[in-house]
Design a protein around this ligand. Structure first.
Ligand code: NAD
Length: 295
């Protein structure tokens, strides 16, 4: 109902307002971080970049395919947090040379890499019969291959930087963005779900392969989050006056906001997560564990 929707929005605004005004705790003090997919104004990547800056990251290397909003993001970070440096770059997160060079740049300028958040991704919603091989391969490349490339080059850099890492820091943290669609049957398409399932397994397998390196690899599985990616769903519902119905099958009765995913990324990036490794974390209001059956 409209009343329920209004209450939901008010609750989300309270959550966001509270987080935006929270004092800076310095949980990421001194850390050098790469985040991909930061160019969408309402996206998870941008919310995470702002939160990492808020929590005192030293230098953020920020990449997006679409350069439109990158200068504004750099300004938003450095304007609000003068102690944080933001380097923005246009580029494809699934291009190995681009990522290798970005990581090299961080190592040359800062001599270390603490966090790599592989967040860039694209979504498709189509039937298996309408999905071409080209689309399938593109989704796998951007969503899954990008995570493989991130793990490969971030871990190499982190291992090199290890000897010079100060005692106050734990080893590196590699965070991948999967989806609840990668945990079980998703509402989206087969290509998207398969790519995200691959990401979840990469967190598990890579964490084991990188054993004894003090590098942690985990993935985050967001539920339905209001971002640029889902704007069409929200716009369509708004045009029909049914926004209140979005998320009604969720145990929390609502969809999520980017900040709520950023909070999990912050925890995984911080030293507080020093024994958290090889896991796939659903941040979905309980959706993936509740098995609602649609009428
Ligand atoms: P978004 O579309 O708002 O932002 C994604 C950003 O990634 C965009 O700025 C886009 O330009 C960038 N990008 C896409 N491909 C890229 C590439 N190859 N190289 C560099 N940048 C690229 O979407 P979002 O919702 O913030 O999505 C972030 C991540 O969260 C994605 O991996 C997505 O699959 C995942 N996710 C989102 C939801 C949701 O409901 N929004 C749910 C589950 C998972």
């Amino acid at each position: 109902s409209e009343e329920f929707y209004k209450r939901t929005v008010a609750r989300l605004q309270r959550i966001q307002g509270h987080l935006a005004e929270a004092p800076r705790s310095g949980r990421l003090r001194g850390k050098v971080c790469v985040i991909t997919g930061v160019g969408s104004v309402k996206g998870i990547g941008r919310a995470t970049a702002m939160l990492f800056a808020h929590e005192g990251a030293k230098h953020l290397y920020l990449l997006d395919f679409d350069e439109t909003n990158l200068p504004d993001l750099k300004q938003a970070i450095e304007g609000k947090y003068p102690d944080v440096k933001a380097t923005v770059q246009q580029g494809d997160a699934s291009d190995e040379e681009t990522i290798e060079n970005l990581v090299k740049r961080a190592m040359q300028e800062e001599g270390r890499l603490d966090v790599f958040y592989a967040n860039a991704g694209i979504a498709t919603i189509d039937s298996v019969h309408n999905t071409s091989t080209e689309v399938f391969m593109r989704v796998m490349r951007i969503n899954a291959l990008s995570c493989f490339i991130a793990i490969k080059h971030a871990s190499l850099a982190m291992m090199k930087a290890n000897p010079s890492r100060g005692k106050e820091h734990s080893g590196g943290s590699i965070i991948l963005t999967a989806s609840v669609a990668g945990l079980r049957s998703g509402a989206g398409s087969v290509d998207y779900s398969a790519s995200k399932a691959a990401v979840n397994n990469m967190a598990q397998t890579a964490s084991y392969q990188l054993r004894n390196s003090d590098i942690r690899v985990n993935s985050i599985c967001p539920g339905l989050i209001e971002t640029g990616m889902t704007a069409q769903t929200f716009d369509y519902a708004a045009s029909r006056g049914t926004t209140g119905k979005i998320g009604q099958l969720n145990p929390m009765g609502r969809y999520g906001v980017a900040q709520e995913i950023a909070n999990m990324a912050l925890f995984l990036a911080s030293d507080e997560a020093s024994y958290v490794n090889g896991q796939n974390y659903a941040v979905d209001g309980g959706l993936s564990s509740s098995h609602p059956v649609a009428p």
